[in-house]
Design a protein around this ligand. Structure first.
Ligand SMILES: Cc1cc2nc3c(=O)[nH]c(=O)nc-3n(C[C@H](O)[C@H](O)[C@H](O)COP(=O)(O)OP(=O)(O)OC[C@H]3O[C@@H](n4cnc5c(N)ncnc54)[C@H](O)[C@@H]3O)c2cc1C
Length: 390
């Protein structure tokens, strides 16, 4: 089969992983992004060893080392006392046990690695200001319409357009994601504003309380604390990932937390605190139509309690790029991709949900090492998207 002409909808971490994998295999790829420029929200993300192996495959191994922090100590901690209930060793242990580090980084820094790497493939392009509005499959091709006017034709389409995916609604037609029962706030706090008591050897920590979690880690060589603060709640009416919020509200909700957490919240730059609702879907056994498929949040939005959203999107991107490079037809691509990825995605979706319930469901005094069955304990770090059977 001659090389397929491929379109990717969405230039997030997942879409860019697939684009880079395909470009490196000699494909001409067109990535369409609705935003007017290529940028990422101000927040951190975690790349666990399973995804670092994917970045190595994409030749971004040195890049992630230069922008990410590989904290040695991570922990599940008591919200009041700060006591480490479940110590988790990361750092060198990850390299020794899984052959790759875990990194935490600023999202924009990771995104920039992808954008820089794509520049080496001038045949492939990322088009901004292109919001997908239509997708029609006919006669072995897919016709895409953007901004309700421009139309282009491709052999195969990858929908990497996030949790509220337009591609998904057209090719699978299922309902909108449902509110998962959490509101979250995120902030990036310059550490120069903080005092000594606001740091300790646990570079990455999740402080748990009944109905709440405050997760924080250092990024950008320790210049910034990234945090995400979660509250269990019944109601959420607003749309979006970047709704401005007030520091006073978050300070009040976390007022019984330890001083470190309270100081970090209080030091959030004004106008830079955002909230969003966590939305989820029941796992689906089909992500594809004849000539189109999905990846990342479009295929399997995750509740964020195992830090696997970006990592799973990278895994998807690497696996689908390998499969496309090795397949003889669109049908073969779809069949092999779903076989390779759906079972793992279901497992991570279900266990991310359970992790949130475990963190928020009881008092931390009752949370034990035995209760803790998260990303490493479940064996997720052994996976290597660059070598897994396809
Ligand atoms: C604040 C925040 C913090 C997070 N922290 C973590 C973390 O610590 N660890 C972790 O693993 N995960 C984290 N996640 C989740 C993680 O970022 C996502 O799971 C991951 O980025 C999925 O990537 P994606 O490429 O599938 O989707 P997205 O990153 O959502 O990218 C989708 C892209 O598609 C574009 N798009 C959407 N619709 C259209 C359209 N119609 N036409 C064209 N383009 C379109 C969007 O503009 C966007 O650029 C976080 C998410 C948020 C919001």
């Amino acid at each position: 089969m001659s090389k397929l002409n491929i379109a990717i909808i969405g230039a997030g971490i997942g879409g860019m992983s697939a684009a880079l994998g395909l470009a490196q295999s000699g494909f001409k790829v067109s990535v369409f992004e609705q935003a007017p420029e290529l940028s990422e929200v101000g927040a951190g993300l975690t790349i666990t060893p399973n995804a670092t192996k994917g970045l190595n495959y994409l030749n971004l191994g040195e890049g992630i080392k230069s922008v990410g922090m590989a904290h040695t100590n991570q922990g599940v901690r008591h919200y009041e006392t700060g006591e480490v209930i479940v110590p988790l060793e990361r750092g060198e242990k990850m390299m020794q046990k899984y052959g790759a580090y875990q990194f935490q980084a600023h999202r924009a820094d990771v995104h920039n690695l992808f954008i820089g790497a794509m520049n080496a493939y001038p045949d492939s392009q990322v088009y901004v200001n292109h919001k997908l509005t239509g997708l029609v499959e006919r006669n072995g091709h897919v016709e895409l319409t953007f901004n309700d006017k421009d139309a282009y034709e491709f052999d195969f389409v990858i929908g990497a357009d996030g949790n509220r995916s337009t591609v998904r609604s057209i090719i699978i037609g299922d309902d909108d994601p449902e509110f998962a029962g959490y509101v979250a706030w995120r902030g990036l706090v310059p550490t120069a504003e903080l005092s000594e008591e606001d740091f300790d050897e646990c570079g990455s920590s999740a402080f748990i309380a009944p109905g709440r979690v405050f997760a924080r880690y250092l990024v950008r060589n320790g210049e910034l604390y990234n945090y995400a603060a979660f509250l269990v709640t019944d109601e959420w009416a607003e749309e979006g990932w970047a709704i401005p919020s007030d520091i006073e509200i978050v300070s009040e909700i976390f007022s019984d937390y330890n001083n470190q957490v309270k100081n970090i919240i209080a030091a959030t730059p004004k106008d830079e605190l955002f909230k969003w609702g966590i939305f989820a879907r029941a796992p689906s056994d089909n992500w594809s139509s004849e000539y189109s498929t999905l990846l990342g949040d479009a295929a399997h939005p995750l509740e964020p309690f195992m830090g696997q959203g970006a990592s799973m999107a990278i895994e998807d991107g690497v696996v689908i790029s390998r499969i496309i490079a090795d397949s003889g037809s669109q049908k073969e691509i779809v069949d092999r991709y779903q076989k390779a990825r759906i079972e793992r995605a279901h497992f991570v979706t279900e266990n991310s949900k359970k992790a949130g319930m475990r963190f928020t469901g009881k008092t931390p005094d009752d949370y034990s090492k035995e209760d803790h069955k998260n990303e490493e304990e479940l064996g997720l770090f052994y996976y290597d998207p660059s070598t897994v059977e396809i």
